[in-house]
Write a protein that binds this ligand. Structure first.
Ligand code: PAF
Length: 283
């Protein structure tokens, strides 16, 4: 695996791969890689002849400097996992080089940042899209792979890629879960042992929401999930809501022919977790 730090080196690596007739797959990450990332990378390796992964903890998307400082980092384990998976290149940009000569841009996010994570994390999604734009500029992938766990991020990147006619194809990949249902996340390692034990209740709540959505209204489905979470007063719920799966607009009735999703954010101790599940209402 080639390890590239300079943006112009990854650009040259990618150009060479494309010139040789290979499709370039790209998995942007912030490191602390886990099985969920491995599944994105495996999907990229199945669809593309050359795969590059970036590890860049993007300061622009953190509202809280403590959160940035505490973000887990495991460079040696990450590199070993990428070698084991058969990844072709690792891009490790330096913040100053990646953003050299770049003034943060304000993208039209189509209002997709108005809900859910948006209000609590002002500027977060603009920060994400600024990083993705810079990474795409150098990597120039044919396909870029994003996890559905960050469903709002995926929806926003798709929206920007479509409206700005970015040539990259954005591929969404399913959520990977621990055997007890907890969605895999780099933040899980920061859970205390007792919070780790209570964390699967989040998925239980989503399953209950999805079950209720098959017969009830969005409000009933939401209540079913909240009732599960209420069993543990140590879990602080930021939101559990029902939305259109594409526009992420909150729903008070089901829309025929449109997919819906339940979105959840909750805090366990100092760790904030997000998760979501697709719903199948009978309309
Ligand atoms: O999902 C992430 O890890 C980050 O938000 C991303 C897409 C790498 C942008 O910094």
């Amino acid at each position: 695996m080639e390890v590239l730090t300079a943006p112009e080196h990854v650009a040259a690596w990618s150009a060479q791969a494309r010139w040789s007739g290979h499709r370039v797959g790209f998995v942007p990450t912030m490191g602390a890689l886990h099985t969920g990332h491995a599944s994105l990378i495996s999907q990229a390796l199945r669809q593309c002849e050359r795969v590059v992964v970036s590890i860049f903890v993007n300061p622009l998307q953190f509202n809280d400097l403590n959160d940035l400082a505490r973000y887990p980092r495991s460079p040696d384990a990450d590199r070993a996992l990428l070698e084991e998976l058969g990844c072709h290149a690792l891009f490790l940009p330096d913040e100053h080089e990646l953003y050299q000569g770049h003034r943060p841009m304000t993208f039209d996010l189509g209002g997709l940042d108005t809900y859910w994570e948006g209000p609590d994390r002002p500027g977060h999604f603009q920060g994400v899209v600024n990083a993705v734009e810079r990474l795409f500029l150098y990597v120039r992938p044919d396909k870029a792979f994003f996890g559905e766990k960050d469903r709002q991020q995926l929806a926003i990147v798709r929206h920007v890629a479509t409206t700005l006619q970015w040539p990259e194809q954005i591929v969404g990949c399913p959520i990977h879960r621990e055997p007890d249902g907890l969605a895999m996340s780099s933040r899980n390692v920061r859970l205390s042992p007792s919070d780790r034990e209570r964390a699967p209740l989040l998925y239980e709540a989503l399953l209950s929401t999805a079950q209720s959505a098959t017969t009830g209204s969005p409000a009933q489905a939401q209540q079913a999930g909240l009732a599960v979470l209420a069993r543990d007063p140590e879990i602080v719920v930021d939101y559990l809501g029902i939305a259109d799966a594409v526009t992420l607009e909150p729903l008070d009735s089901w829309r025929t022919g449109r997919e819906a999703v339940a979105l959840l954010a909750a805090r366990l101790g100092e760790v904030r977790l997000i998760d979501n599940i697709l719903l199948h209402p009978s309309v």
